[in-house]
Design a binder for this molecule. Structure first.
Ligand SMILES: [Cu+2]
Length: 459
């Protein structure tokens, strides 16, 4: 058959469009609309925005010190980007639209490629209009595996989310930008689930040892969690291993974007109740993830686990000598703001409300032209966050992990997100060893979108 010029050209353009992905075998991650049954089967399915058509997106598992490469294909009708939460990453790969890259338009793609220096439990999520895109489902787990994993029988990821769904239609309640939610506690769902299931369950045998990687991917909900029929130890927070495992004795608090790695022994007998409970709004404890105990494993309970191997560069030196920068958390319902900078202009509360701004960090609503501070590479930083609002805030630093410094100078574990309660002052300290422009923002995503986002420069 004679090839016409037209068919030749068409073939060529299609082939060249496909070639980079095929030739390099570059895996794709496709942001797309799809239908998922989030509510119980007797309710309608929900149209969601997802990675690769699943809620949550595919769990990415890679070895420590390897390189993650994914081409984000935007098959949605809105621009998007991906933030790789908790990864000490190259700044250009951090995925913050308007700060580290341009948003990827519909039909376009973006090649994410970066090293994974730390083992642990991380996650990825949209960072363009995230208060809507994450609520609609754009998130997934990113697991970086230790060269020598802990001695457990199974390793399970539990991505905890809440969804605000109209039970009549199955649609997400279209109030993503609701001023009421944004100026108060944020968007809270009416259905809580794990790994896309409201009735998530596992089965296990008595005396089995499980690693449970808990990830809070909800927009604003702070989960109080309890273990039932399990004996557990916290072994890592926000991906970073604790120096010593800590026995779980009471309620675990998991704020938006935080992670807790647990090692648990199933102590319940066959048929007895076991799993994780969450504190529901009415003061009751409800099942978050049930574990069906099917039999007794051959082994007996094993006693406290060994710590996870440390990650590199976990030390922060020279903290006491470092200057303290004050970043008060301000605004919100019942407190308001005055004399706050937004888009370079000082504004009062009424004007800010009209512009959809309800919150500020150190007198600045939203991103300013200038960073909150510029740090020299290798400098030790201290930022003191006094919560002058009526609401808790889950403050997240991109690009570097920090430790909470207590008043007596003691340092807490490395984290990337810390919950600051009303009237509480939390000081964080970190080694500014990652150059670039890094967000410091509240991970209640409606708060972040209405003023509670600032940035720092490491030069
Ligand atoms: Cu907040």
């Amino acid at each position: 058959m004679k090839m016409t010029r037209r068919s030749f050209c068409t073939g060529l353009s299609a082939a060249s469009l496909m070639r980079p992905a095929l030739a390099q075998g570059l895996p794709l991650l496709t942001a797309q609309e799809t239908m998922v049954q989030l509510a119980p089967d007797s309710y309608p399915a929900t149209p969601v925005w997802s990675y690769d058509g699943t809620i949550p997106g595919p769990a990415l598992r890679l070895p420590q010190a390897s390189r993650l490469e994914r081409r984000l294909v935007n098959a949605m009708e809105v621009p998007t980007t991906i933030h790789w939460h908790g990864i000490r990453i190259d700044n250009a790969m951090d995925g913050v639209a308007g700060l580290t890259q341009d948003a990827v338009p519909p039909g376009q793609s973006f090649h994410y490629a970066f090293d994974l220096p730390d083992a642990g439990t991380y996650w990825y999520h949209a960072h363009t209009n995230s208060m809507e895109q994450v609520a609609r489902g754009l998130s997934g787990a990113l697991i970086v595996e230790e060269a020598t994993p802990p001695d457990v029988d199974r390793d399970e990821v539990l991505m905890i989310d809440d969804w605000l769904i109209d039970p009549e239609t199955g649609l997400f309640v279209d109030s993503f930008a609701s001023p009421m939610a944004r100026s108060h506690g944020g968007r809270i769902g009416n259905l809580v689930g794990v790994n896309g299931r409201y009735d998530y369950r596992l089965s296990a045998r008595q005396n089995e040892r499980l690693r449970l990687r808990l990830i809070n991917s909800a927009n604003a909900q702070i989960f109080g969690l309890r273990l039932e029929g399990l004996t557990g130890w916290t072994v890592a927070l926000d991906g970073m291993p604790l120096a010593q495992p800590e026995a779980v004795t009471g309620t675990l608090v998991l704020a938006p974007a935080q992670r807790i790695d647990l090692i648990v022994d199933v102590t319940a007998e066959e048929g007895a109740a076991a799993g994780i409970l969450f504190a529901a709004g009415d003061d009751s404890w409800q099942a978050l993830a049930e574990i069906t105990v099917t039999a007794r494993a051959a082994t007996k309970s094993r006693g406290a686990p060994a710590p996870l191997p440390p990650n590199p560069r976990m030390e922060i030196n020279g903290v006491d000598a470092a200057p303290v920068l004050d970043m008060p958390l301000q605004g919100g319902a019942m407190r308001g703001l005055k004399n706050t900078l937004f888009n370079g202009q000082a504004m009062g509360w009424q004007e800010l409300v009209q512009k959809g701004q309800f919150w500020a960090l150190a007198g600045q609503a939203g991103l300013g032209e200038a960073p909150f501070t510029t740090l020299s590479r290798g400098e030790t930083a201290r930022i003191r966050m006094k919560n002058d609002t009526m609401f808790p805030h889950a403050m997240h630093l991109h690009g570097m992990h920090f430790r909470v410094r207590k008043e007596d100078g003691a340092l807490g574990p490395l984290r990337d997100t810390v919950l600051v309660m009303p009237n509480e002052t939390t000081e964080i300290t970190f080694l500014a060893d990652n150059p670039g422009k890094w967000l410091l923002h509240c991970h209640m995503l409606g708060h972040a979108a209405s003023g509670m986002t600032n940035w720092i420069m490491v030069a």
